[in-house]
Design a protein around this ligand. Structure first.
Ligand code: FMN
Length: 187
């Protein structure tokens, strides 16, 4: 698959088979991630991996409770209250693996850009390998909770930026229509 085809056909996958994604494959994805450009070539990313759909289900249940407890009336999270209250909802969509891109504090002036570019490399590389991915922004707050970091062995100073689930897609995912690009100037 060439890069343009990968860009055009990548989709956010939210339905996975029970097939595991093994460590060497996840390592390959991490190696794709670190090829991304980074501000001042800081390469200040770090990675965390959770393997196993059951483990992720457990983290999803905890993340939902965590998030529900932090929704205040009128907050932008309010629209997710019903979803987060539904016991059938798994924010990790039943995926067998989660790859989290963290940033080291103070090591780069552009942590969000650096991690997002690394995340896109992961998603495109996985797609090329026949795997599905989805960016799970919903899990970011929970992953950045001090207790979660302590449990995962992540130093408090690290910031979780890009959580990406990875797995074998159960079914084809239809494309999401794109809006026409807004062209502001072309001098
Ligand atoms: C920063 C970011 C956060 C996202 N968070 C979630 C999420 O929590 N759960 C989810 O199912 N999809 C999430 N997505 C996926 C988007 O919904 C998806 O990219 C969008 O609908 C377009 O679909 P496509 O990726 O198939 O082109 C996120 C995407 C981005 C870039």
């Amino acid at each position: 698959m060439n890069v343009l085809d990968a860009i055009k056909t990548r989709r956010s996958v939210r339905s996975y088979t029970s097939e595991a994604v093994e460590r060497p494959v996840l390592e390959q994805l991490i190696h794709a991630a670190i090829q991304a450009p980074s501000s001042s070539n800081a390469q200040a990313w770090a990675f965390g991996v959770i393997q196993g759909a059951a483990a992720l289900r457990g983290y999803s249940d905890r993340a939902k409770v965590f998030l529900l407890s932090r929704i205040t009336p009128g907050s932008p999270m309010e629209k997710y209250r019903a979803r987060l209250s539904d016991p059938n909802v798994n924010i990790f969509h039943g995926a067998p693996a989660l790859l989290v891109v963290y940033v080291q504090p103070g090591a780069t002036s552009r942590p969000l850009e650096d991690c997002a570019l690394a995340a896109q490399n992961i998603m495109l590389a996985a797609h090329e390998m026949g795997l599905g991915t989805c960016y799970i922004g919903m899990s970011q707050l929970f992953l950045n909770d001090a207790e979660t970091k302590r449990e995962l062995g992540v130093g408090e100073e690290y910031q979780a930026v890009s959580p990406i689930i990875v797995g074998h897609p159960k079914e084809g995912t239809p494309p999401v229509p794109r809006k026409e690009p807004v062209l502001l100037f072309w001098k």
